[in-house]
Design a protein around this ligand. Structure first.
Ligand SMILES: [Zn+2]
Length: 276
């Protein structure tokens, strides 16, 4: 039977104007003087008969090393605080649950921001699925300016492209199956980043929507509120509409990476419909 586990790889604080977009977008985030509460950084394990599938690999404790984040970068100077202990990294957490690298069929990355890729070093010889355009955008000067940290990624990191097939999955116009039975699929959820993806896991009882940062909370998806770092608010809101339509047609448990309620909704299989 397919099961999902939440692994909390430490905590992050951001500016309220990043969680909920305000007039001005990103520049507004950089002049905000408030902080959110500490928010979880979740990675996810899908237990499937084909093997284990991870969604994202969380953040690393090395973020507290001086100079880990580029000091010249305004977002890292002003916009974010991480708190990750070595035991909270994904590798140690999997080992303490008796899970070895060899048990993992593949790792899907929703996007390439630091708090979703910090644990990469623990997965050599593992198959990764990443949006090709997202990967190309992360390298080079524009990638660095956007806050990507590809210089911290392991030498061996050569992920496979997510190849979407142009067949709809509910309101999503394309999808990419991850398992042979088609019960685990990737769908495009652009907005937070231009090539952001989410992972849909169908089980006999409910469908789980592992949303990455498609929205920071379920409430913000339902109210179609873009975040403060999304390049285009309109794209994020269009994705929120698709997710709402998906969840209206199929009992769906919605699991964003930084929603303090995600773990509780997972444990109790609370669906989006129950919250509407
Ligand atoms: Zn992100």
């Amino acid at each position: 039977m397919t099961r999902i586990h939440a692994l909390r790889t430490g905590s992050v604080r951001i500016r309220p104007s990043q969680r909920e977009r305000r007039f001005g977008g990103l520049p507004r985030v950089l002049i905000d003087t408030e902080w959110t509460e500490w928010l979880p950084i979740y990675a996810w394990v899908i237990e499937h008969s084909d093997g284990l599938i991870l969604v994202d690999v969380g953040e690393t404790a090395r973020t507290s090393d001086p100079g880990y984040f580029p000091r010249w970068h305004p977002y890292y100077r002003r916009g974010v605080k991480m708190n990750v202990s070595p035991e909270e990294e994904i590798g140690p957490q999997l080992r303490s649950r008796g899970i070895s690298r060899r048990d993992i069929r593949c790792v899907v990355l929703t996007h390439l921001h630091t708090d979703h890729t910090g644990g990469l070093h623990d997965f050599p010889n593992t198959q990764f699925l990443v949006s090709g355009p997202a990967l190309r955008a992360a390298y080079g000067l524009t990638g660095r300016m956007s806050g990507y940290l590809p210089h911290h990624w392991p030498e061996w990191f050569r992920p496979n492209d997510i190849n979407f097939i142009p067949e709809p999955l509910g309101p999503f116009s394309e999808h990419c199956p991850v398992t042979d039975d088609g019960s685990v699929v990737v769908v495009p959820t652009p907005g937070h980043t231009p090539h952001h993806v989410s992972v849909v896991v169908r089980t006999p009882d409910v469908t789980y929507f592992i949303a990455g940062d498609a929205s920071y909370t379920q409430g913000l998806m339902l109210s179609r509120t873009a975040d403060g770092v999304a390049p285009r608010a309109r794209t994020a809101k269009a994705t929120h509409s698709l997710i709402r339509r998906f969840a209206a047609a199929t009992p769906t448990v919605y699991l964003p990476s930084h929603d303090p309620e995600s773990e509780m909704r997972l444990a109790t299989a609370s669906t989006v419909a129950e919250a509407v």
